[in-house]
Write a protein that binds this ligand. Sequence first.
Ligand code: PGA
Length: 254
Amino acid sequence: MKNMPIVAGNWKMHKTIEEGISFVGEIQNRILDTVEAKVIFCPPFTALYPIVDAMGQHPFGVGAQNVHHESHGAFTGEISIDMLKSAGVDYVIIGHSERRHVFGETDGWINKKIHAVIESGLIPLFCIGETLEDRQSGQTSAVLKAQIELGLSGLSEINPDQFIVAYEPVWAIGTGETASVEQIETAHKDVKGILASLFEANGAHIPILYGGSVNADNAKSLIQAEGVDGFLIGGASLKIESFCHIIETVAAHY
Ligand code: PGA
C-alpha cells in the first residue's frame, strides 16, 4: 500500500500569530478530519507555539522553517531544537533554497542540522534543487547528487518514516514557472536512486516531495508524476482556497 501523500505549506515570512491561528483553524474546519493526506504547516517561529496551543489535539503536522544545530549558546537570533520541541514542533525544513541562496547556508551547515535534527527525533524536511544555470549546463543530476551526499554525509542509516526530501528546482520557486512532469519524474528518479545507493531499501522508501510554483491549477497533473509523494508549497499555501484545493487534489489521488 502507498504511503499517505504529504502536503507541506511553507509560509516563509508571512502571517502573524492571529492570522496563522485563524488560517489553520479554517483549514481544519473545512477538510483536515476527512482527507487522506498528511498536512504540515510551517509558519514563522513566532506562530509555532500559538498555533499548536490554540488547536489542541490536531491531525496536522507543524514544522519550523529552520533550526540551529547547537543545543544552546551565544548564537544571537538562532533557535535550538529543544526550543522547537517545547513549542510542539514535529518537522524542520532544512536547506531550503532561500536559506542556501539568500542566507549563504552551506552543505556543511545543512549536514550538521540534519544530524542534530535526526538525533532529536524531529523529522527533517530536507530540500535540494538545481539553479537554472545548473540545469542549462546539464548539471542537474550532479548537483542533486552532491547536495544529497554532502547533506547526508556521516549518516550510516536512515528511517524512511522519519525523513522527507523535497526536490525544489530553484528556478521554479516563487516564479510561477513549474518544472514539467518529465523534468520532475527524471529528477525524482535520480534522487531515489541516490538515496537507494546510500541507504538501500530504506533510502528508496524516503518520501520525495516536489516544490516550485505548485498551485490549484497544476496540482492534479503534478501529483500524478511518477515518484512524487506530495508537495512543498510556498505561495499557494497562504490562501485558504488554493491550499484546500491542493490538499483535496492530492488526497483524491491517494
Ligand atoms: P512556491 O515556493 O510554491 O511559492 O514556489 C515553494 C517553496 O519555496 O518551498
